[in-house]
Ligand binder design. Structure first.
Ligand SMILES: Nc1nc2c(ncn2[C@@H]2O[C@H](COP(=O)(O)OP(=O)(O)OP(=O)(O)O)[C@@H](O)[C@H]2O)c(=O)[nH]1
Ligand SMILES: [Mg+2]
Length: 1099
C-alpha cells in the first residue's frame, strides 16, 4: 500500500463515528467474494478490470482452485461521499457449511452485515443460517440481491417477471426475519413475565393468555428489508453494477418533476405513473399497468443488455450518449459483450457506490453499540448482568462510550488466531539485499548478465561460489515459520504497541480473581498470585488487516478491527484482552456446525512423530473449529466439520504446519450404543408369535450365557452382582429412555453440567455458590419437561430419584437411585442425614457414580458411548461391609470424585482419571480396608461398570448412527439421478419443493454420516455439476437392525440363509468399529461351503 494511504487510514481510524465494521454473509456461491472485489477496486487496491475475476480475498491457492472461500479475512477501505470520509473494515466470509465457524468469528467483531442473495436461487439454507447468526450476535443487516444479470441472460425473464420474482425473494427473506423477530420478542416477553410474576406473586383472578402482547407495541419497521427503507440494493457483481432505488428517485424527480420523497415511497410496489397527469397512482397489475420499478428502472437495464447482446451498435451509442457516459475505445470495440456491459454499467450504476453508501447510511458505527448487545456479550452461561460484581458492571459504560482517552479501559476481543508466513509480516518483508532484491535493482540487461553468470557458475559446478555471491536471506532460522496473528476488535480504549494487558481465557471468572487477590492489592500485575485462565502479556505488534497484506501500526483506536502479533503463547483460539482484571470473558462464539468427521493421522516415517504433534497443535490454534484428540489407542485424531474442511486441514498440516508426509486413515465414523424395547415383528416382518417368542427367548438365553457365573439375572433383566471381596452387592437394571427425553438431555447438557457442579460443591459441604434465581428456574423447567415425558407405571417417581447423568456427568444417560437406605438426587443433593452411616454411603456412592460414568462412556458392543439409556440401581447392599466395621473411607471416595468431575470434555482425560485413581489406591495398599482385591471404592467402580454392561447385554442392543440433513437444489431433469444416489447411500427424502418461479427443486433429505463420504462429489458428477448438496450434522438415529441377530425361524433361514450376515448393516458397522479399535471380532468362517441360492429372477 502506498504510504500516503496508510497515513489516511490511520487518520480515519480515529474518527469512530465514521467507522463501519461489516461482514459479507451469504449462502455458498452467491457472490460475496466477487462483490468484495468490486468494493476493493473502488479503493484502487485492485484494478477495476480485474474486479470480480481476481477474487482478491481468496488468497489461498485451494480457494482459487475450488472457487470457494474457506476463511474470513478483513480489509480496510476508504470511502468518501459528499463531505464525509468513512473507514470501512470489510470482512469477506465463507458460505460453505463446513466453514460456518469462520462466519461466527467474523460477526463477533462487526456491527453490521451485508446479506447477499442470489437473484435466481433466492433464500437458501445458509442464507437462513447466517441471518440467524447475525441476529444472535445483535448486528444489523442490509440486503444485496445479486446476480440480477442471470434473470436477463439465463432465465430470460421479462422486466415484469423479474419484478415479481424479486418481490418474492424479498417476501421470503422478510418472512425469515419475521420469525426471528417474533421468537425474540416472545422470549423477552416471557422473561419479563416470569420476573414480574416472581416479584408480584401473581394477582388473583382470571388470566388470559394473549400471545400477541409485546409484538404490537414493538417497532419493527426498521427490521425488515424494503427498497424504500434504503436497506436493499440490486446488483450484478460480475458486471460491476448495482443500484438502490434512491439513485433513480433522485434522477426521476428532476426528470419528471415529482418529489423525490414520493418516488422513494412508490418506486417499489404496485404503483404506476400516469404520465399525462404527472401523477402516481396505486395500481393493479391486472389493469395492464406497469409498476414504476419495471417501467423506470428494469426496462432500461433490460434494453441495454438487449442492445449489447444483439450487438446493436447504434442503440448502444444512443444509450451511452443519453446517459452521458464516456466509454473507452478499447471497451467499445471489444468483441465480448460482457466487457462492454461492464464498461457501461460500472459507470452508469457503480456498484461500490450503491453498496457502500447504503452501508454508511444504514449500518451503525461502533459508537451505536446497544446496551443489549453489551450485556449479552458480558454474560456467559446462565449468568445475568445484575449478578456480575459491581466492578464488572461498571465496564458497561466503557463499552457504550467506546472512548479513546487515557483513562478508558482497553477492551479487546480476539475471535480467532490465523497463521501467516513469517516472511509476509511487514517487518520481515525482503529488503533490497535479498536475492530477488538484487535482481530487481539491477537494470534489465544487467539482470540477464547476472542470471547468465549464475547459470554459468552452476554449469561449471562451482556451487561454492554461487553461494557466496547470492545474498543471504534475512530470516534463516525462521524461514519456514508460521507466525500467528490474532484477529481482533478494540471495543474500548486505545491498543498501543508494547502495552501490557490481561489475557482472559473463556473460563476466566472475575469473581475468582476478586477472591484470590485481596482488595487494594497494589503490587505490579506481574507479581499477582496466579489466577486460573488469566495471563499477563504485552501487545507485541499491531497490524492493519489489508486482505493479503498486513500493515504495521503503532496504535489502534477503539472501534477498529485489527491484527495482533505475539499472542501465540497466550491465546489458543479466542480470548478477551483487558487492561482491568474485572472484565468478564466475552460469551463464547456461537458455532453452528458440529465437528463430526474424524480421521486418524500418522507420519509416513515414524521418526517424524514430534513434527506431527507440533503441526497438529498449530493447526488446532489456526482453525476455530477443528479438534485434535489423542485417543486411548494412541492414535492422533483430527475432527473436522465436513469433507471439504477435512481436506483443507490435511493440506495445511502437510504443507504448512508439520511439513511432513502423513498417512490418513479412512474417516472414523462415530456411533452411539443404546437399547430398545423388544421388537414386535421378526426380520421377515412377521409378528413374533408364541413359537418364535420361545426361539427369541432361547436366543436371549444364549446371550445371557455370556454372562459369567456369580452374576444373577432375573426375568426383567435385573442384574445382581457382588464385589470380588463379597462385601457389597449391587442390583442394576437398564431401560431405554423415550426419544424425547434423550433429546431434552442433549439440549440441556450445559445446564446439567452446572447442576452437577452445584451438587458436588454441596456434597463437599461447601455452599459457596449461590444459585441464581434464573438458573434455579431453568432447573425446575428442565425437571418439569422430564416429568412430562417420563410418565406411566414404569417411570413413577423416577425423575425425583435421578442421581447422575453420564458420560462426563452431563451426557444423555441417566442413573437412578432407588435404594431405600440412602437417598441422593441431583435435584436436592444428599438427604440430610448427618449420621456417620450416611456419610459413608455418600462416599461410596461416588464410586458407584464413577462406575456408571465409565459404563456410559464405552458400551459393550463396540466401546462407543451410550445414549438414551436409564440405569436403575434397585438396591445396594452394604450390610456385610458394615459388619466388618469399616471406618474411614471418606477420603478416597472424595478425592476420586474431585479428579473425575468438572465436565471433562476429553475422553482420554476421563480414562486417565480412573487410571490415576487406580494407581493412587494401589499405593495406599496398607489401608486397613484393603484386601487382596484392592480398596472397596475401586471394587465398587469396577463392579458397577460390569453390572451396567451386563444390564445392557440382556436387553435388545442397537447402534445409533449420526445423521446429516442435506439440502440439495437441482433442476427437474437431474432429479432422478439425485434420488438414485441418495437411495444408494441409504438416504431418506423428507421433503421436495419446487422453487417458485424457477425450474429448481429443493430436496431435503437425511443421510447417515457413515454413507456420506464422497456423496457431494458423486452428486456433482452424476448431475454434471447442476446440483450440489450441503451437509449439516443433525441428530442420532437408531439403526433398526439388531447387530447380534441370527435367524431363528424357518422363514428367516429361508430368506437370509444360515449365516445371515449379508443384510445386517448394524453388524457391519459394529464389526468395522471393533476391528479399528483392535477388539475381538466374532466372524463366522465358512465351514461347509454350500451352493449359493440363485434368486428366481436371475434364473
Ligand atoms: N452471473 C453472475 N455471476 C456471478 C455474479 N457474482 C458472482 N458470480 C459468480 O458466482 C460464482 C461464485 O462467486 P463468489 O464470489 O466466489 O461466491 P462466494 O459467495 O464468495 O462463494 P463462497 O465464498 O464459496 O461462499 C463465481 O463464478 C462468480 O463469477 C453476478 O452478479 N452475476
Ligand atoms: Mg467467497
Amino acid at each position: 500500500m502506498v504510504l500516503n494511504s496508510l497515513d489516511k487510514m490511520i487518520h480515519l481510524q480515529k474518527n469512530t463515528a465514521n467507522i463501519r465494521n461489516i461482514c459479507v454473509l451469504a449462502h455458498v456461491d452467491h457472490g460475496k467474494t466477487t462483490l468484495t472485489d468490486c468494493l476493493i477496486s473502488s479503493s484502487g487496491i485492485i484494478s477495476s478490470r480485474l474486479a470480480g475475476k481476481l477474487r482478491y480475498m481468496d488468497s489461498r491457492e485451494d480457494e482459487q482452485i475450488r472457487g470457494i472461500t474457506m476463511k474470513s479475512s478483513a480489509i480496510s477501505l476508504h470511502y468518501a461521499t459528499g463531505n464525509e470520509e468513512y473507514l470501512i473494515n470489510l470482512i469477506d466470509s465463507p458460505g460453505h457449511v463446513d466453514f460456518s465457524s469462520e462466519v461466527s468469528t467474523a460477526v463477533r467483531v462487526c456491527d453490521g452485515c451485508i446479506i447477499v442473495v442470489d437473484a435466481v436461487e433466492g433464500v437458501c439454507p445458509q442464507t437462513q443460517a447466517v441471518l440467524r447468526q447475525a441476529w444472535l450476535e445483535n448486528i444489523r443487516p442490509v440486503l444485496v440481491i445479486n446476480k440480477i444479470d442471470r434473470l436477463i441472460v439465463e432465465l430470460k425473464f421479462t422486466p415484469q417477471e423479474a419484478y415479481s420474482h424479486l418481490k418474492n425473494i424479498l417476501e421470503q427473506i422478510n418472512a425469515l426475519t419475521g420469525t426471528l423477530f417474533t421468537s425474540k420478542v416472545l422470549e423477552e416477553r416471557a422473561e419479563r413475565e416470569t420476573e414480574s410474576q416472581v416479584n408480584l406473586h401473581s394477582e388473583q383472578g382470571e388470566q388470559v393468555y394473549d400471545w400477541s402482547t409485546g409484538l404490537e407495541d414493538t417497532d419493527d419497521s426498521q427490521l425488515y428489508f424494503s427498497p424504500e427503507q434504503g436497506n436493499v440494493v440490486f446488483t450484478s457483481a460480475i458486471d460491476g453494477w448495482g443500484f438502490g432505488i434512491e439513485h433513480f428517485a433522485r434522477i426521476y424527480s428532476q426528470k419528471i418533476g415529482i418529489k423525490k420523497e414520493v418516488l422513494m415511497k412508490t418506486l417499489w410496489g404496485d404503483y404506476y405513473i400516469n404520465m399525462k397527469a404527472k401523477k402516481i397512482m396505486k395500481g393493479d397489475q391486472a389493469k395492464g399497468k406497469k409498476p414504476l420499478f419495471v417501467q423506470l428502472i428494469l426496462e432500461n437495464i433490460w434494453s441495454l443488455y438487449d442492445a449489447v447482446l444483439k450487438k446493436d451498435k447504434d442503440k448502444i451509442d444512443k444509450i451511452v450518449t443519453s446517459l452521458g457516459l464516456k466509454i473507452g475505445a478499447r471497451e467499445a470495440r471489444h468483441s465480448d459483450p460482457k466487457v462492454q456491459i461492464n464498461a457501461i454499467c460500472s459507470q452508469w450504476l457503480p456498484i461500490s457506490h450503491a453498496v457502500l453508501a447504503m452501508v454508511c447510511q444504514k449500518l451503525p458505527s461502533p459508537l451505536d453499540i446497544t446496551a443489549e448487545r453489551v450485556e449479552r456479550l458480558m454474560c456467559t452461561g446462565s449468568q445475568t448482568f445484575d449478578s456480575l460484581p459491581p466492578e464488572t458492571q461498571a465496564l458497561k459504560a466503557a463499552f457504550m462510550k467506546c472512548g479513546s482517552e487515557e483513562t478508558a479501559p482497553v477492551i479487546i476481543f480476539v475471535s480467532k488466531m490465523f497463521a501467516v508466513d513469517a516472511k509476509a509480516l511487514p517487518q520481515n518483508k525482503p529488503s533490497l539485499g535479498t536475492r530477488i532484491g538484487v535482481v530487481h535493482v539491477l537494470g534489465l540487461s544487467m539482470q540477464r548478465a547476472f542470471l547468465a553468470l549464475i547459470i554459468f557458475l552452476f554449469l561449471a559446478g562451482d556451487e561454492q561460489q554461487v553461494e557466496s555471491m547470492t545474498p543471504k536471506p534475512v530470516l534463516q532460522e525462521e524461514d519456514n515459520q508460521e507466525s500467528f496473528i490474532a484477529f481482533a476488535r478494540v471495543f474500548s480504549g486505545v491498543a498501543r504497541r508494547g502495552k501490557k494487558i490481561f489475557v482472559l481465557g473463556p473460563k476466566y471468572s472475575p469473581l475468582e480473581f476478586l477472591r484470590r487477590v485481596p482488595l487494594g492489592f497494589s503490587a505490579p500485575p506481574d507479581d499477582l498470585p496466579p489466577v486460573p485462565h488469566m495471563a499477563y502479556c504485552a501487545l507485541e505488534n499491531l497490524y492493519l488487516l489489508m486482505g493479503r497484506e498486513l500493515e504495521y501500526l503503532e496504535e489502534v483506536p477503539p472501534g477498529n478491527v485489527l491484527g495482533i502479533g505475539g499472542l501465540q503463547d497466550f491465546v489458543l483460539k479466542s480470548a478477551t484482552l483487558c487492561s482491568l482484571p474485572s472484565c468478564p470473558p466475552f460469551i463464547p462464539l456461537n458455532f453452528e456446525a458440529t465437528p463430526i468427521v474424524r480421521v486418524a493421522v500418522e507420519p509416513k516415517h515414524p521418526s517424524e512423530m514430534p513434527q506431527l504433534v507440533k503441526g497438529m497443535k498449530l493447526l488446532n490454534q489456526a482453525d476455530p473449529c477443528v479438534q485434535i484428540l489423542i485417543q486411548e489407542t494412541g492414535e492422533h485424531v483430527l475432527v473436522t466439520a465436513g469433507e471439504v474442511h477435512l481436506q483443507r486441514c490435511l493440506d495445511d498440516l502437510k504443507e504448512r504446519f508439520a511439513k511432513i508426509h502423513i498417512s490418513v486413515s479412512e474417516p472414523i465414523i462415530p456411533f452411539r450404543e443404546t437399547i430398545t424395547k423388544p421388537p414386535k415383528v421378526d426380520m421377515v416382518n412377521e409378528e413374533i408369535g408364541k413359537q418364535q417368542k420361545v426361539a427369541v427367548i432361547h436366543q436371549m438365553k444364549e446371550d445371557q450365557n455370556k454372562i459369567p457365573e456369580g452374576v444373577q439375572v432375573d426375568s426383567v433383566g435385573l442384574i445382581t452382582i457382588t464385589t470380588p471381596n463379597k462385601l457389597a452387592t449391587l442390583s442394576v437394571r437398564a431401560m431405554p429412555l423415550p426419544e424425547e427425553v434423550t433429546q431434552i438431555l442433549e439440549e440441556n447438557s450445559d445446564l446439567i453440567r452446572s447442576m452437577e457442579q452445584l451438587t458436588s460443591s454441596l456434597n463437599e459441604g461447601e455452599n459457596t455458590q449461590v444459585i441464581h434465581q434464573k438458573t434455579q428456574e431453568k432447573i425446575w423447567e428442565f425437571k418439569g419437561k422430564l416429568e412430562q415425558h417420563l410418565t406411566g407405571r414404569r417411570w413413577r417417581n423416577i425423575v425425583d430419584q435421578i442421581w447422575s447423568f453420564g458420560p462426563r456427568k452431563c451426557g444423555p444417560n441417566i442413573l437412578v437411585n432407588k435404594s431405600e437406605d440412602f437417598q441422593n438426587s441431583i435435584w436436592t443433593g444428599p438427604a440430610a442425614k448427618a449420621s456417620k452411616e450416611a456419610s459413608r454411603y455418600r462416599d461410596l456412592g461416588n464410586s458407584i457414580v464413577s462406575g456408571f460414568q465409565l459404563a456410559t462412556l464405552s458400551g459393550p458392543m463396540c466401546e462407543e458411548p451410550l445414549m438414551g439409556v436409564c440405569f436403575i440401581l434397585e438396591k445396594w447392599d452394604l450390610s456385610k461391609f458394615e459388619e466388618q466395621g469399616a471406618s474411614d473411607l471418606a477420603k478416597e471416595g472424595q478425592e476420586e470424585n474431585e479428579t473425575c468431575s468438572g465436565g471433562n470434555e476429553n475422553q482420554e482425560l476421563q480414562d486417565g482419571c480412573s487410571e490415576a485413581f487406580e494407581k493412587r489406591t494401589s499405593q495406599k495398599g496398607e489401608s486397613p480396608l484393603t484386601d487382596c482385591y484392592g480398596p472397596i471404592s475401586g471394587q465398587l467402580i469396577a463392579t458397577m461398570k460390569e453390572a451396567c454392561r451386563y444390564a445392557l447385554q440382556v436387553k435388545p442392543q442397537r447402534l445409533m448412527a449420526a445423521m446429516y440433513t442435506c439440502d440439495i437444489m437441482a433442476t427437474g431433469d437431474v432429479l432422478g439421478r439425485v434420488y438414485a444416489v441418495l437411495s444408494k447411500r441409504e438416504g431418506r427424502v423428507l421433503q421436495e419443493k419446487m422453487k417458485e418461479g424457477t425450474d429448481m427443486f429443493i430436496i431435503k433429505a437425511v443421510l447417515p454420516v457413515a454413507e456420506s463420504f464422497g456423496f457431494a462429489d458423486e452428486i456433482r458428477k452424476r448431475t454434471s455439476g447442476l446440483a450440489s448438496p450441503q451437509l449439516v450434522f443433525s441428530h442420532w438415529e437408531i439403526i433398526p437392525s439388531d447387530p447380534f441377530w441370527v435367524p431363528t425361524t424357518e422363514e428367516e433361514y429361508l430368506h437370509f440363509g444360515e449365516k445371515a450376515d449379508s443384510e445386517n448393516q448394524a453388524r457391519k458397522y459394529m464389526n468395522a468399529v471393533r476391528k479399528r479399535k483392535g477388539l475381538y471380532v466374532e466372524e463366522k468362517i465358512v465351514e461347509h461351503a454350500e451352493k449359493q441360492r440363485t434368486l428366481s429372477k436371475n434364473k
